[in-house]
Design a protein around this ligand. Structure first.
Ligand SMILES: [Zn+2]
Length: 424
């Protein structure tokens, strides 16, 4: 086993040009989200690639023009050996017209030992490494005893749950590895949920009635929804401050758990009293919290604040949480993910990382969010582990170091091999 694996690892060095070619190919598919709905060709390429290597392909439209691809390579002794999901998103961050790239972001170039192009770090590098590992295993006639599933999903950059769709479709494994940008750290993550808070009056009043609403003797029981929203924003700030003081999680600077009043919409016209006001908030929470839990905490706190206001008590704010897309319904959820350091897959991954890279494996938390949380949500043990650094993700001249990409490919190759050869 060791000899065969060492031979395969040696091939990654010898054939690094092919690995870089594969990354170039993936980057050349223009898959920015937004605008999204542009991944059909890239996904077809990945589906064909996996099919050639013996995978059974499931490809379906999550949105028209944005299909998910799941390839399953059935193990020779599935019932007795561990199964693995490798997951990655094929969409990349958008490119704005005013960005000054050294060259076309979709025509990758190599400079100073790095591949430059949109998605190099986030996360076509990770996809290329994992796919190349699969190619080498296939070419060497390795038959894995445990099942291997490869998921190439859409929509991650705009909070579209391509990965959630895979989980809903019933894809499971003993462990899932999300190949998203982590600079070769083994990571969990906090979560994000967006929500809308609406303050709404039962009646619409003309501007001229304001005096009757706010002055002595007016006798009109009404309020401006915009002014009442100010109270709610204040209550949110108090809760945010309380969280910063009272909650913490190893690896995160205190106060990482924020409530951002991101967008406010309200009022209909200067000739009326604002009868509706809507606030769009983004909530960041820690890996040991769930989105359901923090949403409930916010609702309870705002409810209490509303109880202290005579008008809001009669006209309580309305909450709508999450959503399945930032571009379709202005809402998203990224569940949190806790990495269980004692899980055998984490041990295996740490061991192969240390053997190949000759540095201690780092297990920590991602400062951003990935699709990893959906596996946590589905009860599938998981971790984020990918090449590339977050300071390059979404940036102008996005890049990944070729040396790190090669190391990643070796680690993931060894990990697939070892984990799928581990008895249940
Ligand atoms: Zn990503």
């Amino acid at each position: 086993m060791k000899e065969k694996l060492d031979q395969l690892i040696g091939e990654v060095d010898m054939r690094q040009d092919e690995l870089i070619q594969l990354l170039h190919k993936l980057i050349s598919y223009k898959t920015p989200a937004p605008p999204a709905r542009n991944t059909e060709e890239a996904q077809q390429f990945i589906a064909s690639f996996l099919k050639e290597k013996g995978f059974v392909i499931d490809k379906w439209d999550v949105y028209p023009g944005d299909p998910n691809v799941v390839g399953v390579l059935n193990g020779t002794y599935s019932s007795q050996f561990k199964s693995l999901i490798i997951n990655g998103h094929v969409d990349v961050a958008e490119v704005n017209e005013d960005e000054e790239w050294l060259s076309d972001p979709f025509v990758p170039t190599v400079q100073d030992g790095s591949v430059i192009g949109r998605g190099a770090a986030d996360m076509k590098g990770g996809l290329a490494g994992a796919l190349f590992a699969i190619q080498l295993l296939h070419e060497h006639g390795i038959r894995l005893p445990g099942d291997l599933t490869f998921q190439s999903v859409i929509g991650e950059e705009v909070g579209e749950a391509g990965t959630l769709e895979c989980c809903k479709r019933g894809y499971k494994a003993d462990f899932a590895l999300v190949a998203d940008t982590s600079d070769l750290h083994i990571q969990g993550q906090g979560g994000v949920i967006t929500g809308w808070i609406t303050v709404k009056s039962k009646n619409t009043y003309h501007d001229a009635t304001r005096k009757d609403m706010i002055h002595a003797g007016g006798k009109l029981f009404g309020a401006s929804a915009i002014e009442k929203m100010m109270k709610i924003m204040q209550a949110l700030q108090e809760l945010e401050r309380n969280w910063a003081v009272m909650k913490s999680y190893p690896g995160y600077p205190p106060g990482t758990n924020t409530i951002n009043p991101a967008v406010i919409e309200g009022g209909r016209h200067a000739a009326f009293i604002a009868d509706e006001c809507r606030l769009w908030i983004t909530v960041h929470f820690y890996p040991n919290e769930t989105h359901e839990q923090v949403a409930k905490e916010i609702e309870e706190h705002i409810h209490l604040a509303a109880q202290g206001d005579i008008w809001l008590r009669e006209n309580p704010p309305i909450f709508e949480w999450g959503g399945s897309s930032m571009i379709e319904d202005r809402g998203e959820i990224f569940p949190s993910l806790e990495v269980d350091g004692s899980h055998p897959a984490i041990h295996t991954l740490m061991n192969v990382h240390e053997r190949i890279i000759k540095e201690k494996a780092v297990v920590d938390v991602s400062p951003t969010v990935t699709d990893g949380g959906w596996f946590g949500d589905a009860g599938i043990p998981a971790a984020i582990y990918g090449p590339g650094s977050l300071r390059h993700a979404h940036a102008v001249n996005e890049q990944v170091s070729i040396e790190q990409l090669i190391q990643y490919t070796k680690v993931i190759l060894s990990f697939i091999y070892k984990w799928c050869h581990t008895r249940k």
